[in-house]
Design a protein. Structure first.
Length: 132
């Protein structure tokens, strides 16, 4: 009889125990997610603090945008092998991919190609329409 009472009690307690285990695992997952979020926030705060430093901004402008400070002399080193590869290609878009240029040079080249898509140097559709 005592065994039957124990089995019945176990059957009654088992679902609650199972829910408790599930909730504990969910709590641990939530704690891990909170810890990861705190690490992300700390990293973003470090990045923000770096961007608040004017010296860091100047160094990033020099690195990313090829800026130079007033009085400095900027040098652009050209690789002779890339010049040979650029001369071998026919289209301006191929040259833009082959050469290592700053982003603003690529932007200017893109505008030039858009203005003269067939590469005829001024005999585009607007001029051909006037000669017909």
């Amino acid at each position: 009889m005592l065994g039957a009472v124990g089995v019945v009690l176990a059957m009654l307690i088992l679902p609650y125990f199972q829910k408790w285990l599930i909730q504990r695992s969910e709590i641990e997952a939530a704690r891990a997610q909170v810890a990861q979020s705190q690490r992300d926030v700390a990293d973003l705060q470090r990045q923000r603090d770096r961007w608040l430093d004017s010296d860091y901004i100047k160094s990033q402008a020099r690195l990313r945008l090829d800026y130079v400070m007033p009085g400095d002399i900027g040098y652009v080193v050209s690789d002779p092998e890339s010049d040979v590869a650029a001369e071998d290609s026919d289209s301006p878009t191929t040259r833009a991919v082959v050469e290592d240029r700053p982003w603003f040079s690529d932007l200017w080249l893109s505008a030039q190609v858009a203005a003269d898509p067939d590469g005829t140097g001024g005999t585009g559709a607007g001029q051909r329409a006037g000669t017909r």
